[in-house]
Design a protein around this ligand. Structure first.
Ligand SMILES: [Ca+2]
Length: 81
């Protein structure tokens, strides 16, 4: 993660998919996007959200497959493939 000195202290920023541990404000920890809201914290087309370190992935309903971006589901018979 990235830390910046400020006057008398310092602050840290985390890479995408991570957030500062609120207990210490010093360690970046994975965000569990799946605990959030569908369409806000994870893709609304993600049928079953599965948290991963630094990101998340999805398990898709029958007839759907994981989108190449790994974070949503798309119809298997899509004409847009
Ligand atoms: Ca995550």
């Amino acid at each position: 993660h990235i830390c910046m000195n400020t006057i008398g202290s310092y602050t840290c920023e985390c890479y995408d998919g991570y957030e500062l541990d609120s207990a210490t404000n010093q360690t970046c920890i994975d965000i569990n996007e799946c605990l959030g809201e569908s369409g806000v914290d994870y893709d609304k087309d993600c049928h079953e959200c599965i948290n991963t370190i630094g990101s998340y992935t999805c398990r898709c309903d029958d007839g759907y497959e994981l989108h190449p971006n790994g974070t949503s589901c798309q119809g298997r018979l899509s004409e847009y493939d």
